[in-house]
Design a protein around this ligand. Structure first.
Ligand code: NAI
Length: 236
């Protein structure tokens, strides 16, 4: 796939790809060989045409009348997501969040290996937390460059996040998964993905609200219907 093609793909499509990857992975584990856009759509809650449109962004995977070969599509989606190679990661900030992330075993099973954590607190440096060694921040550049680390996770307080980002900018790091609630500035060749759990919580709150409104609307409508029925029954 040409580089300029990758750039044209919308973020909305990219954000849907992990869902395809997960679903195809399950199909593969269940020895399913082929799947139609309709079936994929049903499993994911998308329309068949949405599935076709999404996957057409990356080339001609499907065959008319046959659908998609599950294994081939799974491998292609994994390749597009950059999951065909192992990624080495470090966590900066070995506090509550850093430790929780270090304890999350699924990263490694998906090819994301956490090799080290860094902190400025001398009570944490020198420890191994969930099997991951904690080093002093001073060793960050050395460890990254020596071990070909490509992803750094920022889990320090927001006041210190830019300082950490500046150190990372001088290393071979390719991407930053930033949990600190601040927009960090880095050179354009370093990709940044900000994570805001609170946004997700707001979305949930919105959905709950929307659902309540829908339920109220349905109740009102069925009440109106009952009244109408009563009136009709009373008519001679
Ligand atoms: P915490 O206070 O438990 O841990 C922060 C750790 O960073 C401490 O161990 C501290 O010694 C270390 N630290 C401070 N400055 C440092 C530096 N310059 N270099 C290396 N280590 C340094 O805080 P917690 O709860 O783990 O949160 C960490 C960050 O993650 C905060 O910015 C918080 O706002 C953010 N956060 C974001 C979430 C999200 O959804 N994006 C969810 C939870 C936390």
């Amino acid at each position: 796939m040409a580089e300029e093609e990758i750039k044209k793909i919308s973020l909305a499509v990219i954000r849907r790809l992990p869902k395809y990857h997960k679903c195809l992975g399950e199909l593969l584990r269940n020895n399913v060989e082929k799947v139609s856009s309709q079936e994929l759509g049903q499993m994911l809650g998308f329309t068949a045409s949405q599935v076709r449109q999404d996957l057409n962004n990356f080339g001609e995977f499907g065959q008319q009348g046959y659908g998609y070969n599950v294994e081939q599509l799974y491998n292609e989606v994994a390749k597009i997501l950059g999951l065909h190679t192992e990624h080495k990661m470090v966590i900066i900030g070995a506090g509550n969040l850093g430790q929780a992330l270090a304890n999350y075993k699924d990263f490694e099973s998906h090819g994301f290996k956490i090799i080290a954590m860094f902190d400025i607190n001398p009570r944490l440096t020198g420890l191994r937390i969930h099997g991951v060694p904690v080093y002093d921040l001073e060793e960050l550049s050395y460890v990254i460059n020596e071990n070909n680390v490509d992803i750094a996770i920022i889990a320090v307080p927001k006041e210190n996040a830019q300082q950490v980002a500046d150190i990372l900018s001088g290393t071979i790091i390719k991407g930053i998964w930033n949990f600190a609630p601040i927009e960090i500035k880095v050179p354009p060749h370093i990709m940044v993905e900000n994570v805001h759990l609170i946004d997700s919580l707001f979305t949930l709150s919105y959905k709950i609200n929307e659902n309540k409104l829908m339920e109220r609307l349905i109740k009102q409508k069925s009440k109106r219907f009952e009244v109408k029925e009563k009136i009709i029954k009373k008519l001679p």
